[in-house]
Design a protein around this ligand. Structure first.
Ligand code: NAD
Ligand code: TYD
Length: 343
């Protein structure tokens, strides 16, 4: 493994992964292949742009010819696939791009891996494929997938295709299923950056439903470390859950944000719930722990660290918040009924 094609590397986790890998492996080369959708942001790659071991190609993972040409021209031996449509709320409004990128795009990358005989295809997936998990169960990798949103259904399809290429063609694949990541460069549509930047502007924090849903908020660089480990030590054809193994209620996440910023509870607005909102995600992480990884941060630490990054990096988020994001915000939140104000 020497030259990695990081698809979706201009997005949140992909960009963190690029920084992490270039820093850790002085002999690796990284080619970011990214369509630059609304979620792709070259500011996320500013710090590595002039690195001679880094290259950027603008392209769609559904464009087989361009993927193949990029792999050949750069001598890529490994594909790490972060490219995806990723926001559940957007998948509810318009699932089309989710099916194209998360299903067909994954298929294209698998075909290129097969035809060009690459060393590895790694699929970055999510705990959301397991669906809503009633307490006290924790999803194991052997559990069936029961996705409940167009986003998670498309991601589950990508996982199933990936595993089918292992079984059918003996393709060297691995999959990681991560929990909710937080940290630098996360798009403002996701809950922690949205609530943090709203609170900084003394705007309401729109909490869906009763706010008692549970998520395992993980520090993004912990996730990158786990993907790195699976790339190097993971068993082919295997799935690895990656999370802290601990969940907190959204209301607690909100309290951490407000307390870190010294903002009042009155900013909380309970609003109409997301349709089909999964109540709880919770994973058993013993398999990745046995491989040699352990999370460095708890969900509470991860959220607080993320909040501080947005406080210190207004240059990064101000431009997004003032752009087309305003239109999106109006579409998703404009007509949402406010059920209760204040915590
Ligand atoms: P993101 O939305 O921030 O970034 C996605 C990137 O993919 C963007 O740069 C975008 O331009 C690019 N992209 C989208 N469609 C493309 C296409 N057709 N061709 C090429 N590039 C395309 O996403 P993220 O939060 O960084 O998530 C990255 C991956 O990790 C996704 O596969 C996601 O399902 C998975 N994941 C995310 C989380 C999370 O909490 N964010 C948790 C677990 C797993
Ligand atoms: P999100 O960041 O969209 O991730 P996911 O839906 O993939 O888990 O949301 C995290 C949690 O926060 C989820 O339970 C939905 C909730 N949420 C809100 O309450 N209000 C919001 O405005 C958003 C975006 C999310």
């Amino acid at each position: 493994m020497q030259t990695l094609l990081v698809t979706g590397g201009a997005g949140f986790i992909g960009a963190n992964f690029v920084h992490y890998m270039l820093d850790k492996y002085p002999d690796y080369r990284i080619v970011v292949y990214d369509k630059l959708t609304y979620a792709g942001n070259l500011d996320n790659l500013k710090a590595v742009w002039d690195n001679p071991r880094f290259a950027f190609v603008k392209g769609d993972i559904c464009d087989r010819e361009l993927v193949e040409r990029t792999v050949r021209e750069h001598g890529v031996d490994t594909i790490v696939n972060f490219a995806a449509e990723t926001h559940v709320d957007r998948s509810i409004i318009d699932p089309d791009a989710f099916i194209h990128t998360n299903v067909y795009g994954t298929y294209v990358l698998l075909e290129v891996t097969k035809d060009l005989g690459l060393e590895r295809f790694h699929q970055v997936s999510t705990d959301e494929v397991y669906g809503d998990i009633p307490f006290p169960h924790r999803s194991k990798e052997s559990d069936p997938v029961r996705p409940r949103s167009p986003y998670s259904a498309a991601k589950a399809s990508g996982d199933l295709l990936t595993l089918s290429y292992y079984t059918t063609y003996g393709l060297p694949v691995t999959i990681t299923r991560g929990s909710n990541n937080v940290g630098p460069y996360q798009h403002l549509e996701k809950v922690v950056p949205l609530f943090t930047t709203n609170a900084l502007e003394d705007k309401p924090l729109p909490v869906y439903g009763d706010g008692r849903q549970m998520r395992d908020y993980m520090w993004v660089l912990d996730h990158c470390e786990a993907i790195d480990l699976v790339l190097h030590k993971g068993e082919l054809g295997e799935v690895y859950n990656v999370g802290t193994g601990e969940e907190i209620e959204n209301l607690e996440m909100v309290e951490i944000i407000l307390d870190t910023l010294g903002k009042p509870r009155s900013l909380v607005h309970f609003v109409e719930d997301r349709p089909g909102h999964d109540r709880r995600y919770a994973m058993d992480i013993s398999k990745i722990k046995a491989l040699g990884w352990t999370p460095r941060h708890s969900p509470r630490e991860a959220v607080a660290l993320a909040v501080r990054w947005y406080v210190e990096n207004e240059w990064w988020w101000r431009r997004i918040k003032e752009g087309e994001f305003q239109e999106y915000y109006e579409r998703v939140y404009g007509k949402r009924q406010v059920l209760k104000r204040g915590l």
